[in-house]
Design a protein around this ligand. Sequence first.
Ligand code: ZN
Ligand code: ZN
Length: 215
Amino acid sequence: MEALNYCIEWIDEDGKKNNPSNAPIGGFGNLFRHKKEDLSPESPQTFGGRFGDAGMTYNAAIASFLVYGACQYSLSWLRDGYLLNRHIAALILNDPSTYPTTPDFEPRMMGSSAEANDYMVFCGSMWKNSPEAREWLKTCAEEITKKKCDGPGCGKIEGRLKEYKLCGGCKQKYYCGAECQTKDWKENHKARCKKEKEYAAAVRAMGRLGGGIRD
Ligand SMILES: [Zn+2]
Ligand SMILES: [Zn+2]
């Protein structure tokens, strides 16, 4: 329970403001941090999950699993972790005796395999020591790859894989249907679609630079 609270304090902007000594504030991830009201078992489907600390989100997932079991709340953390870095889930599912032990301090992108490597070096033992948590992740593997609707206030999860359609402009936002897409377009996305597309292209270009920055 304490571990889960710690993760939530870390991820939650307000929590950190109230307890500045609890965890370091750093990185542009702060701009996109979750709001406190999104971090309770009563609102399990409302996390953002695109920007944030992947490792801490996986830690919250395993802490939540150990406290609450295989419920929707735990699953939401796992889904967010997967959105932030899919390589971590893949590494956890490997044979624990093959978990990475050597840190990789080279520059990397968010969501990269290098980031996943370092997460496993520092936090892999938690998963190694909990066969139940690994088994849980395995059973959730298909579930966490399902997409969440980006429509305002919607957050529905698709019923089967690849059901939701991407925004044709930026190819970054998923919608459960035309209604959510139209609503989001009017309220938010019209102003941001082009920027999202440029941002995604810039990230891909950085990845192609090589020389240290890797996906
Ligand atoms: Zn778009
Ligand atoms: Zn929707």
